[in-house]
Write a protein that binds this ligand. Structure first.
Ligand SMILES: NC(=O)c1ccc[n+]([C@@H]2O[C@H](COP(=O)([O-])OP(=O)(O)OC[C@H]3O[C@@H](n4cnc5c(N)ncnc54)[C@H](OP(=O)(O)O)[C@@H]3O)[C@@H](O)[C@H]2O)c1
Length: 240
């Protein structure tokens, strides 16, 4: 897809990968970027540096009224990036059911709700959808069992929509980052890629038309292994 002159919406754009995605979309000539966040005040800096191209949108992806309201702002959308996500739960046996449900509500049901709401605008533009998943959507990492399950559900959603929407000329892309240096990965001690580099790699993948995007070195290694043997990836993550 062509990003120059495009209109895009990024959820969870106030920090981390989402913020970098907005900045990189602007650098590549997007004409309008709807930057969505639970707290639109946190978007003031992005709006100020955008020369009028960033529109701040209040959007908690688990809030049906806000999702409906936000979708009314946009008639035509070239790119929806479902980036907002939550790593609120850890092990399936050790963490609370509430925390596990919250991850599922955000990462799966929130992504689905936003996609459904913006679909008429995406269809209008014959646009694309990119869902930011994770390598632990491919196989579960037991210490992150709740999060992994919610992202695996979001991967299944991505595949289902790709099948349905491909026939309507809408591209659906899955993004599988490894560890990225954001608030979410604060506790993770593995080497991490910067959110700016990950944002660039995601947009490079979209511009090339890649269905599955592995935007960092660890992601590429896991993706390569997964192509050969999903079982090996399951065993590797189980041992971590
Ligand atoms: N960091 C990593 O290592 C890593 C690796 C693989 C995949 N990912 C994925 O990358 C995406 C971005 O994560 P990040 O690393 O940038 O993490 P982050 O810095 O923790 O940012 C998460 C973003 O999601 C937003 N968010 C959470 N729940 C939301 C909700 N209900 N409605 C709207 N926005 C919500 C947060 O908003 P608030 O500021 O309001 O909380 C924040 O903007 C996520 O989908 C994550 O799962 C991250």
């Amino acid at each position: 897809m062509k990003l120059q002159g495009s209109t895009a919406l990024v959820t969870g754009s106030n920090r981390g990968i989402g913020r970098s995605l907005v900045q990189e979309l602007l650098a590549r000539g997007a004409s309008r970027v709807y930057a969505a966040a639970r707290d639109p005040k946190a978007l003031a800096g992005l709006v100020a540096e955008s020369g009028g191209r960033v529109v701040a949108v209040q959007l908690d992806i688990t809030n049906a009224a806000q999702v409906a309201e936000a979708s009314k702002l946009v008639d035509s959308l070239d790119l929806l990036i479902n980036n907002a996500g939550l790593l609120g739960s850890g092990g399936l046996l050790s963490d609370s059911t509430e925390a596990i449900e919250r991850d599922m509500r955000t990462n799966y049901f929130g992504t689905l709700a936003v996609t459904r709401a913006f679909l008429p605008a995406i269809e209008q533009a014959k646009g694309s959808i990119a869902n930011v998943l994770t390598v632990v959507a491919l196989a579960s990492m037991p210490g992150l069992g709740g999060y992994s399950a919610s992202k695996a559900a979001a991967l299944s959603l991505t595949q289902a929509l790709r099948g349905e929407l491909g026939k309507r000329s809408i591209g659906v892309h899955a993004v599988f980052p490894g560890p990225v240096d954001t608030d979410m990965a604060r506790e993770i001690t593995l080497p991490k890629t910067s959110p700016a580099d990950v944002a660039k790699a995601i947009l490079d993948g979209l511009e090339r038309g890649d269905e599955d995007i592995y935007p960092d070195a660890m992601a590429q290694q896991v993706g390569g292994e997964f192509a050969k043997s999903p079982k090996n990836v399951e065993r590797m993550f189980a041992a971590m």
